[in-house]
Design a protein around this ligand. Structure first.
Ligand code: UD1
Length: 431
């Protein structure tokens, strides 16, 4: 199993380029199931979740080609026939976003057999809202032996009000509604940029979607969708992680190929902390060489402060002057990184959904364990300022969502190396 070895102390200097958004790429790949024609996606990040999605779609009968060489960020998907419209437990358990195929499969094939995800490291994460929504669209749902079996001759447009804001739930139902008979109006939708990006792709495929990126989305169903070419938006969480890395290490880095408009809540928070940033149309420069003061954070749905940045922000808070209260409102159990940060010398107390971080504690290197994708990013950040050589185990979590993180960090002056099995493995092989 891979490990990352990081020697802290170097301020990060230089330029780092951001990859395409994993969380936009995954629903866009699932959207390709809605047509028998070819869908070409550009700016696909080379991360493990993309490979998992390739396996998922291939197992159903779709042809998925992950580009290599100069085209290594392009993916071509053609779902001419889908002879096995299902997602197995084996795949869903490694990547919960696999449930994104539920809506497209029922809409296109009239049936879907998808494993229930169950719990995970950050909480319960049910998919009841995906299921309720599909039922509103006329699907018959049965759950048996840990699987959801959804069937429908043709879905019918309906009014759907989400009880709670859900990102993949919104995406799943938008996809399902594109091929439904009549109009679907969805309220209390997720406003994340990744939802809007998916709708952009679907509209290029011939769908009629309005309002994506706001809380009300209207979808006029069409009889069929066709092929399209689409460029995935930049990864705002990867960009934010590097911005924090620049700030934390007292460095000066230019984060390019990103979309500053998607990072407003983070940039505002950093201003409160005292981190200087400037931005141009597709880049953000972060100058960390100023004193940092504590600031509280509450995670919220977009455009609020992202839960996917909570762990990384906590690493920054350990080095700020004063006490920061970090409140996690989206997931019930998303403080696993805090315990590892404490092992490195941080002063963090957890009280239910709140973490009280008393800042400016020197961090010292330790052997730590990554528990989930964003938790591992926070450990990498802490290691960059820790005294000595930190060893982070279970790096496969970070490989799920960060493209070549050690190369990118090395490029801006971090002392980091990977030990163990080499990643990425050869791509293009089936299975
Ligand atoms: C997506 C992101 C993930 C991010 C999260 C919140 C992808 C692939 N993943 O995950 O990185 O952390 O949004 O921004 O885009 N819920 C229910 N019932 C449901 C669905 C969700 O109760 O049917 C609850 C969840 O348990 C959670 C909250 O709603 O408490 C938000 O979850 P949701 O937005 O669905 O997260 P994901 O889409 O799984």
């Amino acid at each position: 199993m891979d490990k990352l070895v990081i020697r802290g102390g170097n301020p990060l200097l230089g330029t780092v380029r951001i990859s395409g958004a994993k969380n936009a790429a995954l629903p866009c790949m699932a959207a390709a199931l809605l047509t028998e024609e070819e869908v070409i996606l550009e700016n696909i990040p080379q991360v493990r979740d993309i490979e998992t999605t390739r396996r998922l779609l291939s197992a159903m009968g779709a042809e998925v080609e992950l580009g290599y060489g100069r085209a290594h960020h392009r993916t071509t998907i053609q779902a001419r026939t889908l002879n096995a419209p299902q997602a197995s437990y084996e795949l869903v358990k490694t990547m919960r976003a696999s449930t994104l195929v539920l809506g497209p499969l029922v809409a296109r094939c009239g049936r879907a057999h998808v494993s229930l995800p169950g719990g995970c490291a950050i909480g319960a994460r049910p998919i009841d809202l995906h299921i309720k929504g599909l039922e509103r669209l006329g699907a018959k749902i049965a759950t048996e032996h840990g699987y959801v079996e959804a069937t429908a001759t043709r879905l019918k447009g309906a009014e759907i009000v989400f009880d709670k804001i859900t990102v993949t739930g919104t995406e799943d139902l938008v996809m399902a509604a594109t091929l439904a008979d009549g109009e679907t109006v969805m309220q209390n939708c997720a406003c994340e940029p990744e939802v809007a990006d998916l709708a952009d792709l679907l509209n290029k495929m011939g769908a009629k979607i309005e309002g994506a990126g706001t809380s009300i989305i209207r979808v006029k169903g069409v009889a069929r969708l066709h092929g399209a070419k689409h460029r995935i938006i930049p990864d705002r969480i990867e960009a934010a992680t590097f911005i924090i890395a620049g700030a934390l290490t007292g460095g000066d880095i230019n984060v390019t190929g990103c979309e500053p408009a998607h990072l407003t809540s983070l940039l505002q928070k950093l201003q409160e902390v005292g981190v200087k940033t400037t931005h141009a149309s597709e880049s953000i420069r972060v100058m960390g060489d100023t004193p940092h003061k504590a600031a509280d954070v509450n995670t919220e749905e977009y455009p609020g402060f992202p839960t996917d940045m909570q762990a990384q922000y906590m690493a920054l808070a350990t080095q700020a002057d004063g006490t920061s209260i970090v409140t996690e409102n989206i997931f019930e159990n998303r403080f696993m990184h805090a315990l590892e940060l404490v092992r490195m010398g941080a002063n963090i107390k957890i009280e239910g959904r709140r973490a009280i971080v008393r800042g400016k504690t020197p961090l010292s290197a330790a052997a730590v364990l990554a528990s989930d994708l964003r938790a591992s990013a926070s450990l990498v950040l802490a290691a960059l300022v820790a005294d000595g050589e930190t060893i982070i185990d279970r790096v496969y979590h970070i490989d799920r969502g960060y493209e070549h993180i050690e190369e990118k960090l090395k490029g801006v002056g971090a002392e980091i190396r990977r030990i163990g099995e080499i990643f990425p493995k050869r791509r293009g092989a089936n299975g």
